[in-house]
Write a protein that binds this ligand. Structure first.
Ligand code: SOE
Length: 379
């Protein structure tokens, strides 16, 4: 088999991002398996039909379960709100379909456990699964991991991570599913703190062992399009500190009300002999401090991550030509397709997604109990 039929569930923001990645991965990466954009599933035939036509999908289903019955679909791509992830992923894996699931893996630890168990069962039959923490695949972030692994900053002591957005700073910003605990599981915590936890652990290779946290909802009620208001049942902001299994201290701030900050995923890692700093708002740059350099001239220097020596970049444009947000999804698809073809485990796995879900649960627990909380399974 040199092609894989993809069935995507959901067609909003993430569905659009994934669609462009499925379209571009073949031409730019030439993976060993070529994806065929076979079917799009959405509840409304009219809206799903329009999305399929616009985004390049060959057919439409109004019930995702139909995708599992189709022989021309071998991979299910889950782009629904969090409350759909577990049911769809477990059913798809049990039906023998590979699965890519958007982050965070689930809305609860129990759901994530069921998903990781299903992934384990499926793996024995050669069926692969991956959770979509796409920022790992920003070339500068992948390069940062490489530099840490190569010992270029020494022993990691500090991780300072922030994910700052401001789209909910205005109290009149309308209520959506992302503000509904039933649909989203949590707010800034699951939506964007999950990204910085993954990015921090990915770059350093460390695992969080415990946290102390606080959560806040600044705007408890928001207008509903069409009239009235709805209660906000999730956090607007999450703030926590943590320790890692290899002795580093970490701090995390995730907020959707950081006025003026649009999509600032920032991470700085301080090691015993150097440091790294990254900001998604300037995603083609990585700042590197080499403490072994001469003291008079040492300082953070900017690496423009666009060169053939850098991860992923050589597949796109000639040296010096920058990439953007959308490319991270294409990189994700390329790595997933390669892993499926080669029979290896794609990363991050559902087990990795479960571990992050446990961190999120520990954060929520710590905020509620006002105590330090150890992360389940971290010892
Ligand atoms: C909204 O907060 C959002 O789109 C997240 O859901 C994404 O995961 C993040 O990449 C950008 O912000």
């Amino acid at each position: 088999m040199t092609t894989v039929g993809v069935g995507m569930v959901g067609h909003a923001f993430m569905g659009r991002a994934h669609s462009q990645a499925w379209r571009s991965v073949g031409p730019f990466f030439g993976p060993p398996l070529t994806p065929v954009m076979t079917a799009l599933a959405g509840r409304s035939a009219e809206r799903a039909g329009a999305a399929a036509a616009a985004l390049g999908w060959a057919s439409v289903e109004t019930d995702w379960k139909e995708l599992l019955r189709r022989d021309d679909v071998q991979l299910i791509d889950i782009c629904t709100p969090g409350d759909g992830h577990a049911e769809i992923a477990v059913a798809a894996l049990d039906a023998g379909k590979h699965v890519l699931c958007e982050k965070p893996l689930a809305n609860t630890v129990a759901e994530a456990e069921a998903m990781a168990a299903a992934a384990g069962r499926a793996r024995e039959r050669g069926i692969r699964s991956m959770v979509g923490f796409n920022y790992r695949r920003v070339p500068a972030v992948t390069l940062a991991r490489r530099l840490v692994a190569d010992g270029r900053i020494g022993t990691v002591r500090h991780i300072r991570a922030q994910y700052l957005q401001d789209w909910l700073a205005d109290p009149q910003a309308p209520f959506t599913w992302r503000m509904d605990r039933e649909k989203a599981g949590s707010g800034a915590l699951g939506d964007i703190a999950s990204h910085i936890v993954d990015t921090a652990q990915f770059i350093t290779g460390h695992t969080l062992t415990g946290v102390s946290a606080t959560l806040e909802t600044f705007v408890p009620e928001r207008p509903v399009p069409g009239g009235g208001t709805a209660p906000v049942t999730v956090d607007d902001a999450a703030l926590f500190i943590g320790r890692t299994d290899r002795g580093a201290l970490a701090s995390f701030e995730a907020t959707r009300v950081a006025t003026g900050r649009k999509n600032a995923l920032r991470i700085e890692v301080s090691g015993s002999s150097g440091a790294l700093s990254f900001d998604l708002e300037s995603l083609n740059e990585l700042w590197f401090y080499d403490g072994d350099e001469d003291g008079a001239t040492a300082g953070f220097r900017r690496i423009v991550v666009t060169e053939p020596d850098h991860p992923y970049t050589g597949r796109w444009w000639p040296p010096g030509h920058v990439l953007g947000y959308e490319h991270t999804f294409t990189h994700q698809m390329a790595d997933l397709l390669t892993a499926i073809a080669e029979g290896t485990d794609p990363s991050p796995s559902f087990a990795d997604g479960l571990q992050i879900q446990r961190v999120l649960a520990a954060v929520a627990d710590s905020a509620a109990s006002r105590r330090w909380v150890d992360i389940e399974g971290s010892d």
